[in-house]
Design a protein around this ligand. Structure first.
Ligand SMILES: [Zn+2]
Length: 128
């Protein structure tokens, strides 16, 4: 596996988080990376966290990394935005190093947030 920092995806992630007022997300403690060489045919992206024990051991706070697999590039812009929203939704309000699971991070809730994002983007374009 090879990992490369993805500042362009970090920028899109930041825009989504800010537009949707996801204030609990500590943007400077979330990193976006592209990975190459995964054998997974279903996974598009994954959210990783520095768990509680490692935070204690390293005397640091929580940190999240969103990994985008090669399949991500083949999606439309819209589908990519939904994937970014999906991964951000896995990060809980506490920003403590744990995850919210797929009972909450489900297609319906992702869709709702995506529509909200689209509408806010449109109104932003209109008023600015
Ligand atoms: Zn998920």
């Amino acid at each position: 596996m090879k990992y490369v920092h993805a500042p362009d995806l970090k920028e899109r992630m930041t825009d989504i988080a800010k537009t949707l007022d996801m204030f609990h997300l500590e943007i400077d403690r979330i990193e976006c990376l592209r990975s190459f060489g995964s054998s997974s045919r279903i996974t598009i992206a994954r959210c990783h966290a520095l768990g509680k024990l490692m935070q204690k051991a390293m005397k640091t706070n929580a940190f999240y990394a969103i990994e985008f697999l090669e399949r991500f590039e083949k999606l439309s812009r819209k589908e990519q935005d939904k994937v970014i929203i999906h991964e951000l939704m896995h990060i809980p309000k506490s920003f403590g190093g744990g995850f919210r699971h797929h009972d909450y991070v489900c297609e319906r809730n992702v869709e709702l947030l995506y529509q909200k994002f689209e509408n806010l983007k449109k109104s932003r374009r209109f008023f600015n």
